[in-house]
Design a protein around this ligand. Sequence first.
Ligand SMILES: CC(C)(COP(=O)(O)OP(=O)(O)OC[C@H]1O[C@@H](n2cnc3c(N)ncnc32)[C@H](O)[C@@H]1OP(=O)(O)O)[C@@H](O)C(=O)NCCC(=O)NCCS
Length: 440
Amino acid sequence: MDPDPQHTELDWFRAAVPYVAAHRDRTMVIAMAGEAARAPEFPALLRDIAQLRALGTRVVLVHGARPQIEARLRDRGLTPRYSRGLRVTDAEALEAVCDAVGRLRLHIEGLLSRNLGSPGIAGARLRVASGNFVTARPLGVRDGVDFQYTGEVRRVDAPGITRLLDEGQIVLVSPLGYSPTGEVFNLSGEDVATQVAAGLKADKLVFLTEAGPLRDRHAETLTQLTVPAVERLLATEAGLPEELAGHLRSAVEVCAVHDLRVHLVDRHIDGGLLIELFSRSGIGTLVSREPVERLRAATIDDVGGIFELIQPLESEGILVRRTREHLELEIDCFQVLDADGLIIGTAALYTFPETQVAEIACLALHPDYRGGGRGDQILEHMEGLAQRRGHRQVFVLTTRTAQWFQERGYHPGNIDDLPAARQALYSQARNSRIFVKRLA
Ligand SMILES: CC(C)(COP(=O)(O)OP(=O)(O)OC[C@H]1O[C@@H](n2cnc3c(N)ncnc32)[C@H](O)[C@@H]1OP(=O)(O)O)[C@@H](O)C(=O)NCCC(=O)NCCS
C-alpha cells in the first residue's frame, strides 16, 4: 500500500473523474428517512448532496419524517396509530404531521442553504426549491380501517420539478400531498420518492437506508442485483429487514415502468453516497432491470468517454493517436462497453469497400476492469459484428498485445494481408505487427 496519503487522495480523485462526467446532467432522486435528519452526521450528508449538485447532477431530495411526527404526537399527548405498517392520520394527527414535516423541511432548507452558499460548493447560483409537487388521494378504508388523512400519490408535477432542475435548483419534496380540493394528506416518503423517480424518468433513485446495507447469508453486501434476482430474494428471504424489503419492492415497481438504476446505500457510512456514486466498487447495492454492463454501438455522446479511455494508452504508444474530431467522424465504427453510463471499454471495426476483410482496432479496456474476461467479450462481439456484415477475415495491428491476440486464434500476417487502402496507411515508423483471423 502507498504510505503517502496525498497519493491515495490523488488516486481516488483520478478514479472519480470519469464518474463526475457520467453523472453530470443526470437526474437523481435521493430518498432519506426522517431518522437521518436526527443523526449528528446529517449536516455532512446534506453537504455531500450539495456537492453532488455542484458537480452538475440534477438532484431531487425526498425526505421522510416518521420519528419527527411521533415526537409531535407525543408532545400533544396523542398515541401513534398504525395499520398495515401505515400511519392512520386523523385530524389531530394531521396537525402534528404538518407541524413536524414543516419544521423538518425548513431545517433541511436551512442546512442546504448554508451549504449551497458556501464558497467551497458553487456559490450563490444554487438554490433549493420545495412546493406542492405531489397531488394525493386518500387511502380510504382498508380492512375496515379508515386511514382518513393518510394518502397515496395520485400524480407528480414532473414538468414543474423539471423546470426547477433546469434552473439548477435542488428540489426538496416532503411526504405531504394535496388534493385538488385543497386537503393535505400524509404520504409515505417511500411512495413519494418512487413516484417522483418514475414521473421524472430519473436516471437514478437512491435510498439512504437506516437498516444498514443489504447483505447475503454470508454477511457480504450484495453489490448488484437485477430485477429478477430481487424478486427471487423477496420471495425466498424471510429475514430481510422490512425497510430494505420495502426499498426492494419499490425498486421492482419503478423498474417496471422506467429503466433506471436504484441504489441502496447505508446512511450511516460517512460519505457513503459519494463512495457509491464515484467509485468503481461502490459501497451499496445497485438494482437494475438488466445487468449493468452492456456492449452497444457508440453514439456521438460517447466521444468524451472514449477519448478519456484511450488517451492514456495513446500516450504509452499502445494505441494510435486519435483526436476528438477524428473520433467524432468515425464514431459509427465504434462499439462501447457501457457500465452504468461509464464507458469502460471500446473497439472499432473498420471496413474496406470491395473486400471481405475488416480491421478490429482501438480495443481498450479501462485498467480497473481488466482481467475479468471483458477483453474477450469485446473481441468476440467485434468478430460477430464483422461476420454479420459479411466479412470473412479480420485483422489487427498491434505493438504490444501480440500474445493476447495469438491466444485468441489470431495468426501472424504481413502487409499483403491488408486491403490496399489500409496498406497505404500502414505506418512504417510504428512498425505494428499484423495478425489475422479467418471467421468461421
Ligand atoms: C488487451 C485488453 C483489451 C484485454 O482485456 P482483459 O479483459 O484484461 O482481457 P481478458 O480478461 O480477456 O484476458 C486477460 C488475460 O490477458 C492477458 N493480457 C492482457 N494484456 C496482455 C498483453 N498486452 N499481452 C499479453 N497478454 C495480455 C492478461 O495477463 C490475462 O492473462 P491471464 O488470464 O493469464 O492472467 C486489455 O488488457 C487492454 O485494454 N489493454 C490495453 C490496450 C491494448 O493493448 N489493446 C490492444 C491494442 S491492439
